[in-house]
Ligand binder design. Structure first.
Ligand code: 3HC
Length: 678
């Protein structure tokens, strides 16, 4: 086996180099190579000090996550770190890029750390449902104190090299990457004879119960449902009241418990699923990209404005078109207000706000879109309007420009048929609020060109979105699966469950809100026929009374001035009246949360199976990514398809059968063969 670790001599300094692209993950071969080179360096009388550095774009970015959940191949990372720290020669970590997870822990096992100014250090294991399992929870508080250790471990927040310097996590910062190695070698020589060697494990960490209590309180909401944050906190506390070895043993045990649990498996699944989603099976990675230097947006409403912000924020100029001056002014005003709100929280400077606003060009003139490389239509969901716009766009857009629709439901192929260039047309379905939500559904039409798709996927990454490709079907992946959830939630209401009970069951499951809270937020009147005398559903009855949701302070819930919901007695009456008028059975009182989850989320999984059967999603994990980033599905449950596997597909099929649903044939086949989705 060729080793990714080699060493070179710079006089009396040994430079150990890792070369394991793309991110120098600490896989078995790296660990073995490090152990061998360190052992040799420590034994060599000619070597006075050792520098540890990495080639490529980054210092070690952590343990190799792809090894997790598989049989372990030694040596252990702990052994490597122990060899470095306990040796009698100074070891200097030379850090560039991101020293993350196990990478950060290796650096902390070194006696000294030197980093480039642009480097970052962090222990993001909590995002994988884990904790730093190679001494991180024990060494960080010993060097930098409990408060920062909690942020770095339980929140997984990385810190800059300058911050690390200020708190003692690095000893020196160099401006440029070019001089890192030279400076690291010089530093190693400087400290070669200095004794005792500074060892983080030999320091003590002062207990800080106030910091722990404040941290728990401040993050209670964010941590709801997750196991890993509390495990990180417990380990950091252990660093303050136990000797290093005992704390490290506790950390190891906690790490293994998390590693063997479902939550970490789910979060690791999502880590890879998100990266996999960026790949389109028949679009090679080297497909040429089209230009995206200037973006046009049609429609200055909430969606149009939110979409514009994605581009403005990273310096891509936007031409924003609306048909009416008033709407245009309002749209521009909202964009400014959003930026200013961010600035008032200290997350943007006034100069940054002005820079973004300075590259926004509002216009009423369709011809102004002529120099745009990408135009995104974000107007009312009505096919005839969209077709009309695309026909006009076809007449003005430059050849090769990408023409995109932000439709949430409509047929991209039909929209494309209004142009003479269907190969340039694609769906870019942003989720509301479009400046904040991370999901982008990229809808592939029958004629969409490969380079258009490649460009859309790359652009999504540039603006910080996670893109998933969907085929053309009503509601695409996400909203199509939402439909059965809502239909069945309403059926349960008619049988006797309350909207509040159903929402609470979903929130307890881990969703940010339930189906009825979501309807109130989006608008109960969306898609309503607008005839108050036509009452064919509970929803019609609500709309007829003007209960259109949060915007009216009344929907499925009553709202106070601060938009706090309370269950509505009036809605209970409306439901009871509708039940009576429709001749439905007496309401049941025995509906459990379990029944609610089974009858609302199993049909959603079933719809996911249909989507896969029809080839509308490339892979089950893409569906999981849609639900995590578009709808707030709890990441510790890994998305609906991963979750279905953890429940057991046979159990899901049996429940669907029992409740009279039509089961997707592929779901039944998977259940029968024992083959899961992931
Ligand atoms: N293990 C295995 N593969 C990894 C990896 C890791 N730790 N980190 C990244 N990769 C892979 C990615 O899967 C991707 O592979 P692909 O090209 O085949 O899809 C490739 O490296 C490049 O990654 P990104 O696309 O994410 O590249 P970016 O430049 O956008 O980001 C990064 C780089 C910031 C390092 C980001 O990859 C990242 O955050 N990685 C995870 C870091 C992490 O969580 N480390 C902790 C691991 S757990 C641990 O260390 C346990 C220890 O405490 C014992």
């Amino acid at each position: 086996m060729t080793t990714p670790i080699r060493s070179e001599r710079e006089g009396d300094v040994l430079v150990v180099v890792s070369d394991n692209p793309p991110v120098n993950a600490l896989g078995a071969a790296v660990r073995q190579g490090l152990l061998d080179q360190m052992t040799a360096g420590l034994a060599d009388p000619e070597v006075k000090a050792i520098v540890l550095r990495c080639n490529g774009r980054t210092f070690f970015a952590g343990a190799d996550i792809s090894e997790f959940g598989k049989p372990f191949v030694g040596p252990d990372l702990l052994e490597v770190i122990e060899r470095i720290e306990s040796g009698d020669k100074p070891v200097v970590a030379a850090i560039h890029g991101t020293a993350l997870g196990g990478g950060c822990e290796v650096a902390l096992g070194c006696h000294y750390r030197i980093a480039t100014a642009s480097a970052r250090l962090g222990t993001p294991e909590v995002k994988l449902g884990l904790l730093p399992g190679a001494g991180g929870t024990q060494r960080i508080p010993r060097i930098a104190g409990v408060a920062l250790a909690l942020e770095m471990t339980a929140l997984g927040a990385p810190i800059t090299a300058l911050k690390a310097l200020a708190v003692g996590l690095v000893d020196r910062v160099v401006e440029s990457e070019d001089s890192l190695v030279t400076e690291a070698v010089a530093f190693a020589r400087e400290v070669a004879d200095r004794r005792p060697l500074p060892r983080a494990s030999e320091k003590t960490a002062a207990p800080d119960p106030e910091a722990v209590a404040a941290f728990r309180k401040a993050n209670a909401r964010r941590f709801r449902g997750f196991e890993a944050p509390e495990a990180n906190i417990a380990c950091v506390e252990a660093a303050t009241d136990r000797p290093f070895n005992e704390g490290a043993a506790f950390e190891r045990q906690s790490f293994m418990t998390l590693m063997n649990g479902v939550q970490s498996a789910a979060q690791r699944h999502i880590f890879f699923a998100e990266r996999q989603a960026a790949r389109i099976d028949d679009v090679p990675a080297d497909t040429p990209r089209r230009a995206t230097g200037r973006v046009g947006i049609i429609g200055a409403g909430t969606m149009g404005g939110g979409i514009a912000m994605n581009f403005l924020s990273i310096g891509i100029p936007v031409t924003l078109l609306d048909m009416q001056q008033g709407a245009l002014d309002r749209g521009v005003g909202v964009v400014r207000k959003n930026y200013e709100a961010t600035a008032s929280k200290g997350r943007l400077t006034t100069a940054q706000v002005e820079a973004a606003m300075g590259i926004l060009t509002p216009t009423l003139d369709f011809a102004a879109l002529a120099d745009c490389d990408l135009v995104i239509e974000a107007v009312y969901e009505e096919m005839s309007i969209k077709k009309d716009i695309f026909a006009r766009l076809d007449a003005v857009a430059r050849p090769g420009a990408i023409l995109a629709s932000n439709t949430s439901y409509l047929n991209i192929d039909e929209i494309a048929s209004a142009t003479a260039r269907p190969q340039d047309v694609v769906g870019l379905h942003f989720f509301s609020p479009a400046n904040a939500m991370k999901l982008l559904e990229v809808v592939r039409g029958a004629a969409t060109a490969r380079d258009v798709l490649a460009t859309a996927m790359a652009l999504a990454k540039t603006i910080g979105k996670v893109a998933v490709v969907s085929g053309v079907c009503y509601g695409f992946i996400g909203n199509r699966m939402l439909a059965p959830r809502h239909i069945n939630a309403m059926k349960l209401v008619l049988e006797g469950a309350t909207p509040d009970q159903i929402d609470r069951a979903h929130v307890a499951f881990g969703m940010p809100m339930g189906p009825f809270q979501m309807e109130d937020l989006a608008g109960v009147d969306i898609g309503w026929h607008r005839d108050p005398t036509r009452i064919e559903s509970v929803r019609d009855a609500l709309n007829a009374e003007g209960r259109w949701g949060q915007k009216k302070q009344a929907g499925f819930y009553d709202y106070d001035d601060r938009r706090n919901p309370t269950p509505s007695p009036r809605v209970a009456e409306i439901i009871a009246d509708f039940r009576k008028a429709s001749g439905l059975a007496e309401p049941r009182t025995d509906i459990t949360d379990q029944e609610i989850i089974e009858r609302t989320l199993y049909p959603l999984v079933n719809e996911g199976a249909l989507i896969l059967e029809e080839g509308m999603a490339q892979r089950p994990s893409d569906i999981d990514v849609v639900w995590i980033y578009g709808y707030g599905w709890p990441v510790y449950r890994g998305g609906p398809m991963f979750w279905a596997d953890t429940v057991g597909l046979d159990k899901i099929v049996a429940s669907l059968d029992r409740n009279g649903f039509e089961v997707a044939s592929s779901l039944r086949a998977r259940a029968e063969s024992g083959q899961g989705f992931s």
